[in-house]
Design a protein around this ligand. Structure first.
Ligand code: SIN
Length: 314
């Protein structure tokens, strides 16, 4: 709960959000893959202010990722084809979790794998670690040949993957969905049925960019995942559709750069939001949004930020 005073009177704004058994001090998280393991950003602002940190995807073994160039700028956004580069779960537990545990914010570990068994092995190792608040299961990466988005592209495999993870861990599960599907609502429902505590959406949209002068794609892998303000309308529509059809909380992701964007996602039905690409432009985006939400609630005499969630009128 955030208490603060205004000149001449006391005010009480509760920015906290409860998702299952997990309480977030505010609804603003930083998205996987845009915040590393928090180390660099901790030099730029006080991470204690965040509602939560979602780490870069962790796999069983270290991964170098895809060959460069693996990012490029596009109108109102960017493409990435990182290919799940990460230090591997053992080094992550040894070196990165202790650092993240210095902060009073929720730590959400994004888990990925090339096979269903790999997800399970990563989760089983994380079961023995300390200081993890939630897992975000990545069944939506568009940049790998095996696994990734393949597990999140049809309801049966999304169900199978989530329910097998549900059986091996007590951690709350957030499952991250891909927008590159025929019907994201049926995937969300399958994930809900398999025991997820919440659903995050959207991961990136498959896209490509070409340098016509040299007749070459800008990414070595040719296609990659599009993120940033360019995808916000798509993300908003999907968050709105999914939140009408599932009972578990929805976490909105896609081109959020300011308080207005965050409010739009809350109105569309998101209980939490994740700031992604904007971290590369202004690392303090999340802090600005948290302050902006406080001001908005104060000005509009909203006692709890949760009161805004799903209040879209049409
Ligand atoms: C990547 O590492 O290629 C991006 C991760 C993702 O889109 O889930």
């Amino acid at each position: 709960m955030v208490r603060y005073s205004m000149p001449g009177r006391w005010s009480l704004t509760d920015l906290s959000v409860r998702v299952g058994k997990t309480t977030f001090k505010n609804p603003v998280l930083v998205a996987s893959g845009t915040f590393g393991y928090g180390e660099e950003y901790s030099e730029l602002f006080d991470l204690n202010q965040l509602g939560g940190i979602v780490t870069k995807s962790i796999t069983l073994n270290p991964r170098e990722g895809n060959p460069p160039p693996r990012t490029c700028e596009t109108p109102s956004g960017m493409l990435n084809s990182i290919g799940l580069a990460n230090v591997g779960v053992d080094r992550f537990i040894q070196e990165k979790i202790p650092f993240l545990n210095k902060f009073n914010t929720n730590i959400i570990i994004n888990v990925a794998g090339s096979t269903p068994e790999e997800y399970l092995r990563v989760v089983e190792k994380l079961n023995h670690a300390q200081g993890i608040d939630m897992l975000e299961i990545n069944i939506s990466c568009p940049n790998v040949k095996e696994g990734g988005m393949a597990f999140g592209s049809d309801p049966e495999s999304a169900h199978r993957c989530t329910s097998s993870i549900r059986k091996v861990t007590n951690y709350p599960l957030m499952v991250k969905l891909t927008p590159n599907v025929k019907d994201i609502v049926e995937i969300a429902q399958a994930v809900e049925d398999s025991g997820a505590d919440c659903i995050s959406l959207i991961n990136t949209l498959v896209g490509m960019a070409i340098d016509f002068r040299i007749k070459k794609p800008l990414l070595k892998t040719v296609t990659g995942g599009l993120s940033g303000p360019a995808i916000k309308p798509v993300a908003l529509a999907m968050v709105w559709k999914v939140s009408q059809k599932v009972k578990i909380p929805v976490v909105g992701i896609g081109g959020i750069t300011n308080t207005q964007d965050a409010l739009e996602f809350l109105l569309a039905g998101a209980s939490l939001i994740q700031v992604g690409t904007s971290n590369f432009v202004d690392p303090q985006t999340s802090v600005r949004i948290i302050e902006g939400l406080k001001d908005y609630c104060e000005k509009n005499e909203i006692k709890r930020v949760m009161e805004i969630v799903g209040k879209l009128e049409n």
